[in-house]
Design a protein around this ligand. Structure first.
Ligand SMILES: Nc1ncnc2c1ncn2[C@@H]1O[C@H](COP(=O)(O)OP(=O)(O)OP(=O)(O)O)[C@@H](O)[C@H]1O
Ligand SMILES: [Mg+2]
Length: 298
């Protein structure tokens, strides 16, 4: 069966005065996917998400959401999506419960459906004990969960999450990835940005890596790792600079290791999405990685 495209961007561009932040993005996201939109700070992720969700008018190009043009049929396109923005916009001086109800009313949810829907989502997020607190009293992580409940209140087919786990501690972050997986298992298509590349690798069916306003790589994490060589030799040279070099197989990686006798901290391991990210964005290996010995990890 042919997969249905539910998010489509064609040659999407956005300029702010004479600065072009998004330089012609083409993408297709299929129904039921978790799609990761990755890139360094300032790459154009939030600007793209805002255009994909009808919040920002593109300078040129087209967005089609669930078959509807975001420009010509914005109301229908918008009805299919939920958005949790990078900078959470909640009314801080009213209770959590009121914030959620307010969103439900904006989404024109029938009155009788609001309470059951709110109950289901607040149970999913573990928000029960916070429902009668003012938003201003909540930590960033709990505010993020309130924002997620608001974005899900109308049971959207497609959920856009811009940095959903930014600022969360490890436990909350993993809990939130679990919730995202659960929503996806129930059929919600997820489009998300994150700086946690390792976690995106485990979670996303496909990713696009964006740099300086352009998509520089896209595919499943495995396809991307294979495309650069699925074995990586990571090493630190005599000047203390860290490098990673990719190879199509272990043997060629090992042969390269032999040539590195004067270097320390050499590791042979599987290539990760983080390696691909560093290669295609031109960023440097700066942290993580090898021990003070030659190792061979899988
Ligand atoms: N309203 C605006 N006016 C002018 N420039 C803007 C505006 N919004 C974004 N930009 C610029 O566009 C570029 C892309 O910004 P954007 O917020 O889309 O990046 P991002 O990939 O989401 O980054 P981050 O990972 O930091 O969230 C940046 O250089 C930013 O300064
Ligand atoms: Mg952003």
């Amino acid at each position: 069966m042919e997969k249905k495209v539910v998010i489509e961007a064609r040659n999407l561009r956005k300029s702010f005065d004479d600065f072009e932040a998004v330089k012609g993005i083409d993408l297709e996201v299929f129904e039921g996917e978790i799609f990761g939109f990755l890139g360094p700070n300032g790459a154009g992720k939030t600007t793209s998400i805002r255009m994909l969700t009808t919040m920002l008018k593109p300078t040129s190009g087209q967005v089609i959401i669930n078959g509807y043009s975001a420009e010509k049929d914005a109301i229908l396109a918008k009805a299919s999506i939920g958005v949790s923005q990078q900078h959470i916009s909640l009314d801080k001086d009213i209770k959590v419960r009121q914030n959620i109800k307010h969103h439900a009313m904006l989404r024109k949810i029938p009155f009788r459906d609001i309470e059951p829907r709110m109950k289901e989502l607040t149970e999913l997020m573990g928000l029960g004990p916070f429902m009668d607190k003012m938003v201003v009293e909540l930590s960033g992580g709990w505010r993020r969960k309130v924002s997620l409940v608001c974005s899900l209140i109308h049971d959207p087919k497609i959920l856009f999450l811009d940095e959903p786990t930014a600022g969360l501690d490890t436990k909350s972050r993993h809990a939130l990835w679990g919730i995202i997986r659960q929503l996806n298992n129930k059929g919600t298509t997820i489009f998300l940005t994150t700086h946690y590349i390792e976690e995106a690798e485990g979670l996303c069916d496909r990713v696009a890596i964006v740099n300086l306003g352009k998509i520089v790589a896209s595919g499943s994490p495995k396809e991307l790792c294979d495309s650069v060589g699925h074995i990586t030799v990571e090493y630190v040279n005599r000047d203390g600079k860290r490098f990673g070099k990719q190879f199509p197989d272990r043997q060629s990686g090992k042969e390269f290791m032999e040539t590195l006798k004067d270097d320390t901290n050499v590791t042979l391991r599987k290539t990760t999405l983080e390696d691909v990210f560093l290669i295609v964005t031109g960023e440097e290996y700066s942290k993580g990685g090898a021990d003070n010995k030659i190792t061979e990890n899988n």
